[in-house]
Ligand binder design. Structure first.
Ligand SMILES: [Mg+2]
Length: 232
């Protein structure tokens, strides 16, 4: 892993935002968790899951139309969710750990906001120095066969409008910024001060088109999240 450090002209004591919200799949980590699980099944399940994820992230179909269908097809076990947590940890974007640490040292509240599976994301958050209550993701319930194939009651993040809804409920300190690659991240635009499209893993034109700024790496996020040294 490369250790991207802050550019010299950045003042790490002067963050631009009081709250930073990061998407996980294809932003903090370069995998899509549900597709990763599906890839452990037959090729047809993997292909179908990947196509559904791509369509949902492109805004072509609502997530809620596919979320339960993918879960019921994949039927993830406890062990597989643990394996996914390890895969996430191995798939952190270069510099992600360092940037999140720098933000926290500057007193910024950092949150992970994901349509992915909470159980697999909490261990990644721990590695990033974020407590479990900064993780907002989809909680699963056990089906009769012992697999975690059901949503645990009402899970707004398994729906298209979940991210803006959760951000509103969190009543975050402002100014706030959302950083992500997908259409569900762009949907947060109206309830945060700024939306940054992250293109380091996936470049989606319609997401970039509505963004206030674009970053293609975690190193590129520094000038967007911190003031320069010279500014007073
Ligand atoms: Mg994403």
């Amino acid at each position: 892993m490369s250790h991207a450090t802050a550019p010299a002209a950045i003042n790490l004591d002067r963050p631009r935002f009081r709250s930073v919200i990061l998407d996980v799949d294809s932003t903090v980590c370069d995998i899509e968790g549900i597709d990763w699980l599906a890839a452990r099944r037959d090729p047809e399940t993997a292909r179908e899951s990947e196509a559904l994820t791509a369509q949902a992230m492109a805004g072509e179909i609502p997530i809620e139309a596919v979320y339960t269908r993918r879960l019921q097809r994949i039927r993830p076990t406890d062990d597989e969710l643990l394996a996914l947590a390890h895969a996430y940890r191995a798939a952190l974007q270069p510099g992600a750990t360092e940037l999140i640490a720098a933000l926290q040292r500057a007193g910024v509240q950092v949150h992970l906001l994901s349509g992915g599976l909470r159980r697999a994301i909490v261990p990644v958050a721990e590695q990033l120095g974020l407590p479990a209550n900064r993780v907002h993701a989809v909680a699963l319930a056990r089906d009769t066969d012992g697999t975690l194939s059901l949503l645990d009651g009402d899970q707004p993040l398994a729906t298209q409008r979940g991210k803006p809804l959760i951000v509103q409920q969190l009543a975050l300190a402002t100014p706030s910024v959302m950083i992500g690659d997908g259409s569900t991240d762009a949907a947060v635009r109206g309830v945060v001060t700024q939306f940054i499209a992250y293109t380091g893993v996936a470049h989606r034109e319609h997401v970039v088109a509505v963004a206030d700024a674009v970053a293609d790496s975690f190193a590129a996020l520094y000038p967007l999240l911190f003031h320069p040294v010279s500014s007073r």
